[in-house]
Design a protein around this ligand. Sequence first.
Ligand SMILES: Nc1ncnc2c1ncn2[C@@H]1O[C@H](COP(=O)(O)OP(=O)(O)OP(=O)(O)O)[C@@H](O)[C@H]1O
Length: 445
Amino acid sequence: MTRPVLLVVEDDAGLARQLRWAYEAYEVVVAPDRAAALEAVRQHRPAVVTLDLGLPPDPDGTTEGFATLHAILAQAPTTKVVVASGHGARESALRAVEDGAWDFYAKPIDIDTLGLIVGRAFHVHALEAENRRLVGQERPGFGGLLYAAPEMAAVARQLERVARADVSVMLLGASGTGKELLARGLHDSGARRMGEFVAINCAAIPETLLEAELFGYEKGAFTGAVRTVAGKIEQAAGGTLFLDEIGDVPLPLQVKLLRFLQERVIERIGGRKAIAVDTRVVCATHRDVDAMVADGRFRDDLYYRLAEIVVRIPALRERTGDAALLAKAFVARFAPTLNPVVTGLSADARAAIDAHGWPGNVRELENRVKRAVIMADGRHVTAADLDLEPAAADLDLRAAREDADRRAIGRALAQADGNIAGASRLLGVSRPTLYDLLKSYDLHA
Ligand SMILES: Nc1ncnc2c1ncn2[C@@H]1O[C@H](COP(=O)(O)OP(=O)(O)OP(=O)(O)O)[C@@H](O)[C@H]1O
């Protein structure tokens, strides 16, 4: 069985050697500086990294160590980085943990203690990977939410905690980030889940009708009010009222909403009696409500009633790895009914999904995948089916050159019937040069 890779970022060669001997259970890869560390992360994808904060060119400080920490986490966010702090450098170790390091240990190194920390880091990494795999198999988390990104895991944890508390929640996020899904999640995990979840999109209803939709009306309240109708707020009694696009509610109606939130009673339009309504209120908007409050377009007293807890939902492009995971899940969801031949995504589709910016977030992804599943000719959905630009090829210059060399040599040899002299003439290089190239690329004439 292959041993898991432990990357040791350490400029002290003696210490690095000592660690290599101490940890037989791992394949210890040593990197003496940031560049080597990043190359090793790219090549080995280690689950765990130990990082000395004092790296050259700043071996007595921590700047280079922190820069390395940030770069490793940017490249491989799920990696567990264990930071080494020198004498009296506890503050920097704690700061490193705040910045995303998994744990720290004090120098001089105690092999057994560090071994325990590293062992635990591997264990937790494996558990998390398993969890991501399960989620990837459409085992949804909070509210049917699919994610692997740590950014979304934090949101889900926050909402789980908030769901049980009787507080108002404001969800802030761009269109299609899953705000309604999360609002439903709050309802389903909350104390009023036996009641109804009633959603109203305040931006989709003309201002003149919005009041009637929300508060209802009595028979004869206005022309056309031929019978008494309960509004959405009343319908949500005992359940959850989801006010989507709350930032689009006009000021006069904001006053009426505030009154309802303060007194927990409503009056239907044309009605004279106050009706008590007990409902949980969750709202959402893609607008910058803080700015709206600042310039008077949104009442601050209403804001404070609605936003006891504010949760920001990251855009899809900010969720590391989630676009690919969701795309896979949506293919699995749509293919059985829409095009059962389709079983997955092609490599170019996966690369294009990774490279796209997803301005329409999860909704855009869902729609593109749905359409692509219908359009796909073969077993795999391609970038073209998704109507996405194929991603730029790997930008590794050496690999690109080698690839071009190999192809040119192959064609020259074919044209010259395998004759080295002829092929070298066609390629414009000397015979010894061609021999060298054949050898280094492991090609045969
Ligand atoms: N993390 C997720 N996992 C699975 N499905 C998701 C996720 N996020 C969003 N969706 C799906 O994407 C679509 C859009 O989500 P939703 O309607 O909740 O977004 P929204 O933020 O409320 O958008 P808008 O502001 O435009 O109303 C829905 O079909 C929803 O089920």
